[in-house]
Design a protein around this ligand. Structure first.
Ligand SMILES: [Fe+2]
Ligand SMILES: [Zn+2]
Length: 388
């Protein structure tokens, strides 16, 4: 390769003997050397870094540099040789927002209200079907809408559990793992009774609340009621932001504590308080709504300043209860509801009779991982590890 200082105007990448520049951004040598993608620097199977970053001399420099159509080759002053695809270097120079797309599994969000009843997202279970593509379709819709049904599923706990396990492992909690219960107050939580439940997210009392939740109504006999309520937390949060930015700001910045204390010997509280709304600080995209007034413990404000939080929460609560934001759905055997517990709030009307429901939780990181594999593919995810 000839020793020269190539200029690559067509993609905005430039190198000279000292530096690589992507667009207007100079890429520091330490970053380039640390992110060499060769098999001596990154383990081929695990994609873990093999290179001891801090063995790289602080004054690492480019000794020689050349380019091909696809890549830039660098010979380093420590004797190592690296090759970087131009795409990799362009990705590195992208804005935070672009960089987050694959890492965070970002898709366009479709916000909804009660009108979603006309055309709720759904996929169809097929007996012979390929569970992998069913799961990818299911999770892609959940990512976009916050929930999706699986229709025509066998009305059994086994089939429900199998679908959930093809997303990821089912999360164990103090209530158990995959559950199949009939309302009898076996577990000391109002979810196990027949009273109405206001819209809420589950497990606000965990540091890492459950990511997905599934409900499959297997039987409801000898009574009525028990309609399921879903509310798009991201949509209602956006409404609150538009109507009352100050109230929104209070709920996005005040930490609130939660607890689970109804079971003998179990007193769970998160390691810190969390605000009702969380965003990615780099991209501003909404990440999580955490709202369960029943399980709320302390609001992290001096006692003489809590009134502002109550005023803001009252506005949020009123918006959550507006008819135009409530999607009421009747669950039935064969129709599995799976939803994003970090976005969609759920509730239910009171009911009579015998009601048997099965379901479970899946961790947020695990379902997003499964979604990303199906939606972006393994190669795109791995290419983005250093630059995402
Ligand atoms: Fe719940
Ligand atoms: Zn290397």
């Amino acid at each position: 390769m000839p020793k020269r200082a190539p200029s690559l105007p067509e993609i905005g990448l430039k190198t000279n003997v000292n530096k690589v520049t992507a667009g207007t951004k100079e890429i520091p040598n330490i970053w380039l050397r640390d992110n060499c993608q060769c098999t001596a620097c990154v383990h081929d199977d695990t994609k873990q870094r093999l290179l001891d970053t801090f063995s790289i001399p602080k004054n690492i420099a480019i000794s020689n540099c050349s380019e091909t159509e696809e890549a830039i080759n660098i010979q380093w002053s420590d004797g190592h040789e690296s090759q970087y695809s131009k795409e990799f270097l362009e990705d590195a120079a992208n804005t935070f927002e672009e960089r987050a797309i694959v890492r965070q599994g970002i898709t366009n969000l479709e916000l909804w209200g009660s009108e979603i009843v006309e055309n709720p997202p759904r996929v169809r279970y097929s007996e012979t079907g390929d569970t992998q593509s069913l799961v990818t379709d299911l999770l892609t819709r959940i990512r976009k809408f916050g929930f999706c049904y699986v229709l025509d599923a066998p009305a059994t706990p086994e089939a429900t559990e199998q679908i959930l396990r093809s997303i990821a492992f089912i999360r164990e909690t103090h209530y158990g793992g995959f559950y199949d219960f009939t309302a009898d107050l076996a577990s000391k939580d109002t979810a196990y009774t027949n009273i109405a439940l206001e819209a809420h997210t589950d497990t606000t009392y965990f540091s890492d609340p459950a990511g997905l939740q599934a409900f499959h109504l297997l039987e409801h006999s000898g009574g009525e009621g028990g309609a399921s309520l879903l509310v798009d937390g991201f949509k209602v949060a956006a409404d609150l932001l538009a109507e009352d930015p100050e109230a929104y700001g209070i709920l996005a910045s005040t930490n609130v504590h939660s607890h689970a204390s109804g079971n003998e010997g179990i007193y769970i509280q998160p390691y810190r308080g969390f605000p009702v709304f969380q965003h990615d600080p780099a991209t501003g995209i909404p990440l999580q709504v955490r709202w369960n007034s029943s399980d709320r413990a302390g609001v992290e404000l001096p006692i003489d300043q809590v009134e502002g939080w109550y005023d803001a929460a009252r506005k949020w609560d009123a918006l959550l209860k507006q008819e135009e934001n409530e999607y009421w759905a009747k669950l039935e055997p064969g129709k599995i509801l799976v939803f994003d517990n970090w976005r969609v709030l759920h509730g239910r009307s009171a009911f009579t009779g015998k009601r048997r429901i099965c379901g479970g939780y899946i961790n947020r990181d695990d379902w997003i991982s499964r979604f990303k594999v199906g939606y972006f593919g393994k190669d795109r995810i791995l290419e983005r590890l250093a630059t995402g």
